[in-house]
Design a protein around this ligand. Structure first.
Ligand code: ZN
Length: 155
């Protein structure tokens, strides 16, 4: 296991569309384990593979109940709306107000390639949308209603 460096939003890699994961092998598991260490060290909620420079469709998330892995994710359904104050490990110190679905249903594969479906809401739904956007080269800053000012961040 190792910490990988997180690239920032000026890096062209974060603006590219990622390719599907095809091999569920030790190389993938190493990446997932490294991303888990990296997310913990950064005190983040979610981390997508392109943020560590790997253009593959996977992300991990920890909303407080352990690390969950989502490989080749597809959001099947969205419902409701929530207003969130959102940031990104690739945009350090920057936060904005954004509208996300309140609930999502997501299909993905686990590290062994097995398909699963989950229904998520609140922070987990927000995070899944944010991370899935990363896999399509979309950053939260392109979707914000507005960014928070330094004065608002200080409060
Ligand atoms: Zn992000």
């Amino acid at each position: 296991m190792a910490i990988r460096s997180i690239i920032t939003d000026t890096d062209p890699l974060l603006h590219k569309v990622c390719r599907p994961v095809e091999k569920f092998d030790e190389r993938l598991w190493q990446l997932l384990d490294d991303m888990s260490d990296t997310l913990a060290k950064a005190n983040g909620v979610g981390l997508a593979a392109p943020q560590v420079g790997v253009l593959r469709r996977l992300f991990i998330m920890n909303t407080g109940d352990g690390v969950k892995e989502y490989i080749n994710p597809t959001i099947l359904e969205e419902s409701g709306t929530q207003e969130c104050v959102e940031g990104c490990l690739s945009s350090p110190g920057e936060y904005g107000i954004i509208h996300r679905p309140q609930k999502v249903k997501i299909q993905a594969q686990n590290r062994n390639g097995k398909f699963f479906i989950q229904s998520l809401e609140g922070l987990a739904a927000e995070c899944v949308c944010h991370e899935t956007d990363h896999l399509d080269g979309v950053l939260f800053k392109s979707k914000v209603v507005r960014m928070l000012s330094p004065e608002e961040l200080a409060n």
